[in-house]
Structures are given as C-alpha cells and as structure tokens.
Design a protein around this ligand. Structure first.
Ligand code: PEP
Ligand code: MG
Length: 590
C-alpha cells in the first residue's frame, strides 16, 4: 500500500530505490547494582576502557573511509569530534565517578552523563548546539553497544542504489555512506540543522529528515521515493508515478551539474546589480569548500564551536591561530568573525548548573560575553590580532541596542589597549559591526548605525524574537514564518537605516538561502548575502535570473500584503515566472 509522508527537506535532489532499514533505536539499558568491594568497580572501569578503545577503532575506520573516498570537510570535522569525545578524560572520569559513587554498571553511567550533557546543550534553544548534544548521544550509544558486545556497523554491507531509512543516523554512520552508491537518506528524527542534514548536503545525497511515523510503514526492500527539495517521502509509490519520479531525479542531476559549471560567474542581476555572496562557516576546514563553491568571502564565522564540549575556553593563541588561518586562506576576501554566541553554562563538558527556564531570552550571546568579560576580552584580543592576517571584521550577536553595543565596543578598546601595551600589532583598523536579530535593534537601527561599521541581519533569530516562536520547537514550527509581513518591514527598516548612514547591510540568516525569498530580499535592497557554502551556486543562479526593477516591484507589493501566506504566494508566483527551472518542486517553507 502506498504511504505518503512529509518531513523537513534537508538536502536537495530526488532518490528512488529499495529501502535499507537501519535498526538504529537505542538499546534498553538496565541499572545494575555492583557487587560490594573495589574489584567490581574496577571491572566496570576496565570494561569502559575497552569499549572506548573499540569505539576509537570503529570511528577511525569510518574516518579513513571518508578520507579515501571523498573530502567533505564538515563530515571529517564531526568524526574527529567523536574521536575527541572517545579520548576525553573528563567524560571518562564523569562516567567512572557515577560507577564508583552510585555503584552501578558502566552502561547506565554512560547514558546518564550523555543525557546531562545533551540536555544542557538542548537548553540553549539553538539547533546547532542541539546537534552537538546529539554527537554526545551518538558516542554514548556506540559505547553502550560496545559494552553489550554488539560491535558490527549496521551499514557495513550495503547493496548499491538503496534508500537508507532510519530513526536517526550518527555522523559516523553518515561517514560510512561516503563514496557508496546510495539513492537517498530519510530519517524520523532531525531538523535542517541536524548532522544528518548537514552531512547529507556535504555528501550530495538527497535527504529528508523529521519524517514522523515512517519506520512502522517501511520494510527493507520496499520501494521508497525521497524528494529532498519538497520533503515528500513515498513508500511503495504507484507504478504510474515511477517514471515521472525517475525523470525528476535525472533533471535535478543535470541542474546541479549546470550550476556547478556556472559557479565562478558573478552574482549579478540581468540588469547589472551586483550582489556579493559570502559563506557562513562553522569550522576552519570549510574555507576550501566555500571557495570551491564560489563564495566571495566569509560573512559569518560562528566561533562558538571552539568553545563547545570542552572544559576550558580556547586560549588566545589557539584562537589567533585559527582565525588567522581562515583570514589568510580567504585573503584578500573579507572574513567576518562573530564573537561567541553561547547560551548559559557551555564551557564545561559536564554541566553543573541546570539550564535556564527561558534560555533564548537568557544569558546568551553578547550578554554572556559582557558577563564573562575575561573570556570575551581574550576572544577579542585574538580577533584583533588575526586582523594582521587578512580582511577581518568583528561582529556581535544579539545586540539589543546602543547600550550593549557600546559596552561591547568598550571591551574591544580595552583589548586593543592591552595588546598595544603588550607590544603586539593588530594590523589595520578592524571594522566592528552588529548582528540585527532582535527586534529592538531594528527599531533603533538608525542609532546603532552611528557606531557600527556594518549590519548583518540574522533572520533565524529575528523570526524567533519578532514572532515569539521558538526556532527549535517542532510544535510551533508551522508558525515560524520568514515570509511574515512583519519580517519584510523589519528588513526594510534595517536596510534603510544602513543606507542613510552609508554602512553596508548584509543578511546571514537562512532566509538568504531560500530561492523563493531571494527576489524579495534583493528587491528590498540587500546586496550582501552570507549563506551555507553549498547554497552559493543555486543562489547565484537565482540572482542572475532576476531583474532589479521587477524584484523591487515585487518587494513593494509584498510590503502591503496582509499575511505570511499572501507574501509566500506572491513570492512563489514570481519565482515560478522568473526562474522555474531552478525551483525543482520547492515550496514555501512558511
Ligand atoms: C541568525 O540568527 O540568523 C544567525 C545567522 O545566527 P545563528 O543562526 O547562529 O543564531
Ligand atoms: Mg542568531
């Protein structure tokens, strides 16, 4: 019987093939009290060390496989992260402490520690931290399986052309897929920012994630069609549907190849308006991917990943090395370093303080920087020093108004004075800008523009704060509406404030990657977009299909519409007329 489900489109393309169902659900773990005496706890410690050593071997094998077959740097980085956890003495100590103090088995203690870390990261309210929390769980599940004597990788023997169907896939399991002939990936868990999604994009595999209630309807061998652009998954499609699906898969393959060929042409509208396309990076290793995709610089380097999952913040020297490396590889192209956007209590592997009640409204981002002033000043010193290596700018996340922005500028001045008295050079003057991602910053954008060298609109958070919708809460995901008329007005107000003050305004939120939103954004006057490296070729093609005058008319008309649905309909209609060949069945995610 045909079953249809819709999930989150995670990686574009269409794949059709026989299902390969991965039994990836968590093993049941019992709490087993230990026998009296030191020997029982020591035996558990020995079992844990063996399981960790086995885990390291397994992950190293996956890493070598990825290195041999392909070069998705994001994937290697994530796999290295798993290896680091498997070597992390703090993690091992935390597990053994529970074993010894509570006299319980190692499996139980592993799960407990992993749950605590995961919950703390999830409490940040940020999809990306949630994904890092998932890493800790994946490593814990590997350890639990090893402790239970189940060491075989589920994906070791994979027939070619299959659609992988799983509740959830770990990055290492995704690594096992590298270089294999896989038609598509579909999972019940995950969001667009989860590792499965990020890695599927890196590996160029069509993928849909967050598909509810799927596994109950699929057995291995059943035909499954996955549309990674629309999010549609069909189990046992009608025979009459198959030719059209296969034809779409072929057309999408052709489109991707043609976009890749065009990637070095300028992002310029048909009537000559130049749009600068920059890359959003999380790891230094992504610089090459970004350049390979045709990015003209880095518009957002999310530095918080340097701080996550470790017991101490990174040292100044470590940071100087990383930032200078990125700036040097990109030079003479610009690199915008964002100061850490961390939620509360993210500096330790094992949190000691419970999550905040409202973490998205709590001690996050710039507020945390101003609170943890020494850690913040160290980061700013490193960023200023990296200014000598290239065209570095600095920006602050979650600026709310002139008050907090000036306090942050004051810490920059302190850091620069310290550097001078330490006899260190900082190179040229480093421009300092602010992210515009809190509605209050939009309202006072004209005031902020007096002190800021540039603005960058963070729509991921701006939607969340303007519409009062938690960006990570699946239950209100349908109300997370970048096409809301309020968003268009907030963007316009920011662009106008920047223009009046003569400072550049960029956008680095995911809205800037959406082909349906692009005509509106260009029409509203945005000329700098910072997006995921893999999105650059498509966004470039969309810009090249636009005419400035038409985009402007669309934006003006949209500013007068009543609802997000009305704006989405106008945007879809425009896109269908202007660049139908680039849409590949995409619908408004609004
Ligand atoms: C944003 O909020 O749009 C943004 C780019 O920052 P982040 O997604 O890292 O919060
Ligand atoms: Mg943000």
């Amino acid at each position: 019987m045909t079953v249809r489900r819709t999930g989150r489109p995670a990686s574009p393309g269409v794949g059709v093939g026989p299902a390969f169902v991965v039994e990836g659900r968590r093993l049941a773990v019992a709490r087993r009290p230990l026998a009296d005496g030191a020997a029982a706890a020591e035996a558990e410690a020995a079992r844990l060390r063996v399981a960790m050593a086995q885990g390291r071997e397994q992950v190293e094998r996956a890493r070598d496989r990825v290195r041999e077959r392909t070069h998705p740097t994001e994937l290697l980085q994530v796999i290295e992260g798993h290896l680091m956890l498997l070597q992390d003495e703090a993690f091992e100590r935390a597990v053994l402490q529970i074993v010894q103090e509570e006299r319980v088995n190692a499996e139980w203690a592993v799960r407990r520690v992993a749950e605590e870390v995961r919950e703390a990261l999830a409490a940040s309210g940020d999809d990306l931290f949630r994904a890092r929390g998932d890493d800790v769980s994946f490593v814990a599940e590997r350890l639990v399986r090893n402790l239970a004597g189940l060491q075989a990788e589920a994906l070791a023997d994979l027939p070619p052309g299959v659609v992988i169907v799983a509740h959830e896939l770990s990055p290492v399991e995704m690594g096992v897929l590298a270089g294999r002939h896989v038609a598509a990936v579909v999972t019940e868990a995950g969001s667009r920012a989860s590792h499965t999604a990020i890695l599927a994009r890196a590996l160029g595999l069509p993928a849909v994630v967050g598909v509810q209630d799927l596994l109950a309807h699929v057995v291995s061998g059943a035909t499954v069609a996955v549309d990674g652009s629309s999010g549609e998954v069909v189990v046992e499609p009608e025979a009459s549907e198959l030719p059209a699906l296969r034809e779409r898969a072929r057309r999408l393959g052709d489109l991707e190849r043609s976009l890749t060929v065009e990637r070095d042409r300028p992002a310029e509208t048909r009537d000559g308006r130049r749009v600068t396309l920059l890359a959003n990076l999380e790891f230094p290793s992504e610089v090459e991917t970004a350049l390979g995709c045709g990015a003209e610089g880095v518009g957002l380097y999310r530095t918080e990943f340097l701080y996550v999952g470790r017991s101490r913040p990174p040292s100044e020297e470590e940071q100087v090395h990383i930032y200078s490396h990125v700036a040097g590889l990109m030079a003479p192209r610009p690199v915008t370093l964002r100061t850490f956007d961390l939620g509360g209590d993210k500096f330790v592997t094992r949190p000691v303080v419970a999550g905040e009640l409202n973490p998205a409204l709590g001690l996050r981002a710039l507020r945390l920087g101003l609170y943890e002033r020494d850690v913040f000043r160290t980061q700013l010193r490193a960023m200023l020093r990296a200014g000598a290596a290239g065209e570095v700018s600095i920006m602050f996340p979650m600026v709310c108004g002139v008050g907090d922005f000036r306090q942050a500028l004051e810490v920059v001045r302190e850091a620069a004075d310290d550097l001078r008295s330490d006899g260190m050079t900082t190179g040229r003057d480093v421009p300092i800008g602010c992210m515009i991602e809190v509605p209050s910053a939009v309202v006072v954008a004209d005031l902020l523009a007096r002190d800021a060298a540039f603005f960058s609109l963070g729509t991921n958070d701006l939607v969340q704060y303007a519409l009062a919708i938690d960006r990570a809460n699946e239950r209100v995901a349908h109300l997370y509406q970048p096409f809301h008329p309020a968003m268009l007005r907030l963007i316009r107000q920011t662009v106008e404030a920047g223009r009046a003050a003569g400072i550049p305004v960029a956008m680095c939120g995911a809205m800037a990657e959406d082909p349906l939103a692009l005509p509106l954004l260009v029409g509203l006057g945005l000329e700098r977009l910072s997006i995921a490296p893999s999105a650059v070729p498509l966004v470039k093609a969309v810009v090249r299909a636009l005419r400035m005058e038409e985009a402007r008319r669309l934006a003006l008309a949209a500013l007068d519409l009543d609802t997000a649905d009305d704006v989405a309909a106008a945007a879809s209609g425009f896109a269908a007329g202007a660049f139908p060949e680039l849409l590949d069945g995409r619908s408004c995610d609004c």
